[in-house]
Design a binder for this molecule. Sequence first.
Ligand code: HEC
Ligand code: HEC
Length: 273
Amino acid sequence: METKMTRNLPRVASLLTGIALAVTSTFAVVANASELDDANTKALAQELAPARAQHLAVTWCSSCHGPGGRSVNPIFPNLAGQQKDYIVNQLINFHNLNQWETWQAKNVTHEGYVEMWFKDITGWRKPYTGYVHSNDYKSERTPRNEEKAWDFMKGVARDLDQPTMNALAEFFSKQTPAAPATGEVNGNITHGQSLFLNGDPAKGLLPCQMCHGPSAGGQGSIPRLASQHADYVYQQLLAIRSGQRQIDQMAALVANLSNQDFKDVAAYVQSLK
Ligand code: HEC
Ligand code: HEC
């Protein structure tokens, strides 16, 4: 018995090698095919993104954010002239919050969800994992979880793929910013200016301009605040202080500011070009 097994070993081994080779080469073919699909899909998505973004911006985003992203209602932030990277980050945040909720509700696996989502938006067979931020799926600390943002933007960001988000951000970042608002101001602009430019050491506040820039233009992933609606800025500051909107860089800094301080600094940034 032992001898027989030993004698058969080389044959078993070569059989196994044969299977292994066959399996490997099948995988090699499949891998090539899927790389090809992914490459084609990505190229197509990239190519169509600017046109899709412009269409969406005009027909959809503008219905809330105003023509060219210059909104007339302070519930809706101005997007015109906003930093490109910042817009992309917010869209990804809205998108991921939405996916996580849907995924939980349907009780499907992560991969299953990615595939469903991919089919929904493209009709293509292959899951488009390259553009899905899988690491962000189950975010314990969601950076943009305030209810208002959630209610309005989740449907909007659900079906946006990464190239379209980039193109939307490119589009809005290039629009002429809204003129400084001239409406009623509920804050003391002079005090707001002092908080923005000098901070308030007694309250542990570093100058806002340190990050948002001396004229509140923002940079990269830090948002432009100049000419943003005062009431929107005020609402965000409340959400940041309460932790409802999680911004690590800011939460501790504004912890000791009063609601009136927030109104003052909001009135100041709204007045800037
Ligand atoms: C139904 C109304 C509505 C539509 C349509 C809409 N948005 Fe929004 N959007 C909002 C609201 C409301 C907020 C602010 C939420 C909050 O209070 O945090 C917002 C916030 C945003 C923000 C974050 C801005 C900031 O300063 O942090 C971005 C970026 C954004 N929207 C992009 C878009 C894009 C791009 C589209 C079109 C594809 C779009 N929105 C369509 C209502 C809308
Ligand atoms: C240490 C850097 C830093 C300082 C100082 C800082 N911020 Fe920010 N702020 C940020 C970052 C980063 C974000 C964007 C985070 C994100 O992606 O959501 C932000 C976001 C904001 C937003 C949300 C804007 C929008 O469009 O939704 C407001 C409003 C804001 N900051 C106001 C202020 C004010 C007012 C001060 C001073 C009282 C201040 N910030 C000080 C880093 C800073």
